[in-house]
Write a protein that binds this ligand. Structure first.
Ligand SMILES: *Cc1c(COP(=O)(O)O)cnc(C)c1O
Length: 248
């Protein structure tokens, strides 16, 4: 059996287990499971494995590298999946990103927002965006500070071809659940602060994309509307020689 075959064989049971974890956390938090969408992080998985995930019910996929997004995007979009970019986006790759992602969750500067706006204006389309916030302060992570986030959100909300959908964060990489959870509470507070400001264009900024395989329960307890799950759905990723912060 190839690596792909093994992942594909295990997919339905793993996906069901993740769905059950989401439902249980929603139960504990008194939330309706329909409020939480599962984004399946398909990075490093072959198009065949990603396709199997869609066949098994994954409706929303996330890629963290533009190069991979370009390679797999046509097939995934063709299958009817919604695809989000969840990794750092360089300004010179905006054109490729906009081709295959319906949402860029990782906007971390006004300059990147302007470039996305220009590209979308040129092609006559709109793009969903989220502000990536670094709630842990860990230097390996992209994103603006919680203090900077509302101002960036307001800037993005003023760009006519972008639709501000909310905020994204990668939780603290520490064993202490209370610290991780406090970071997720912080993201919720950022969103609520923005919404209470009532700035035009911000009322749709409801999404909180937070929580991964290891900590989705904590994120759902703090209001996550999207959890981004990779290894719990596909099994552990192969460790790349060049593995860095962007590989998470
Ligand atoms: C890979 C990745 C995830 C999923 O991580 P797992 O621990 O495998 O669930 C979530 N968010 C981002 C931004 C990622 O790059």
């Amino acid at each position: 059996m190839t690596d792909d075959d093994a992942r594909i064989a295990a997919l339905p049971a793993r996906l069901a287990a993740v769905t059950a974890r989401i439902a249980n956390s929603c139960g504990t938090a008194g939330r309706n499971p329909s409020e939480v969408r599962l984004l399946v992080a398909s990075k490093t998985m072959s198009p065949t494995v990603a396709r199997a995930a869609v066949a098994a019910g994954a409706a929303l996929l996330g890629e963290n590298r533009v190069q991979e997004l370009v390679a797999k995007g046509p097939e995934l979009v063709g299958l009817g999946a919604e695809v989000h970019l969840i990794g750092h986006l360089q300004g010179n790759k905006v054109r490729d990103a906009v081709l295959w992602a319906s949402c860029v969750e990782s906007v971390d500067s006004a300059g990147l927002g302007e470039r996305l706006e220009a590209r979308c204006a040129a092609t006559g389309r709109t793009l969903d965006v989220m502000v990536q916030v670094n709630v842990s302060g860990e230097s390996s992570k992209s994103g603006v500070t919680p203090e900077q986030a509302p101002a960036l959100a307001v800037r993005l909300a003023g760009l006519p071809h972008l639709r501000l959908r909310g905020f994204m964060t990668i939780g603290a990489n520490v064993p202490d659940d209370d610290v991780v959870r406090a970071g997720y509470a912080r993201l919720r507070a950022v969103r609520d602060e923005l919404l209470s400001g009532g700035t035009p264009g911000t009322s749709g900024a409801l999404e909180l994309s937070m929580g991964m395989s290891g900590d989705l329960e904590l994120a759902i307890a703090e209001g996550a509307t999207i959890v981004r799950v990779g290894s719990a759905v596909f099994g552990e990723r192969a460790v790349l020689a060049t593995r860095g912060a962007a590989d998470i």
